[in-house]
Unconditional design. Structure first.
Length: 117
């Protein structure tokens, strides 16, 4: 599995961005896709996740109601729609996948999101 994240950029506070995670490879064992972020000097955190089989989504408390994770099967892509962005959302965002019974082990390169105040 290979993942490629894109869509980051500079946006003003209150603005929106949509990140894309294009994947290639098999899907038989895929359990979930997650979006993580890491800000300078902070630990990496999981901000959103999508369970493939059930469509169940998870959001971190700091992004609930503002971010939406979705999947477009035809394009083999997972998106993260980010609305009402805040300066504290500034970070490098990564997409990752995990197989059933495993931790997230497939990672895309990061895409930088910068939110100006």
């Amino acid at each position: 599995v290979q993942l490629q994240a894109s869509g980051g950029g500079l946006v003003q506070s209150g603005g929106s961005l949509r990140l894309s995670c294009a994947r290639s490879g098999g899907t038989f064992n895929t359990d979930a896709t997650g979006w993580f972020r890491q800000a300078p000097g902070k630990e990496r955190e999981l901000v959103a996740a999508l369970i493939w089989r059930t469509g169940t989504t998870y959001y971190g408390d700091s992004v609930k109601g503002r971010f939406t994770i979705s999947r477009e099967n035809a394009k083999n892509t997972v998106y993260l729609q980010m609305n009402s962005l805040k300066p504290e959302d500034t970070a490098v965002y990564y997409c990752a996948e995990r197989n059933y019974g495993h931790a997230y082990s497939y990672w895309g390169q990061g895409t930088l999101v910068t939110v100006s105040s």
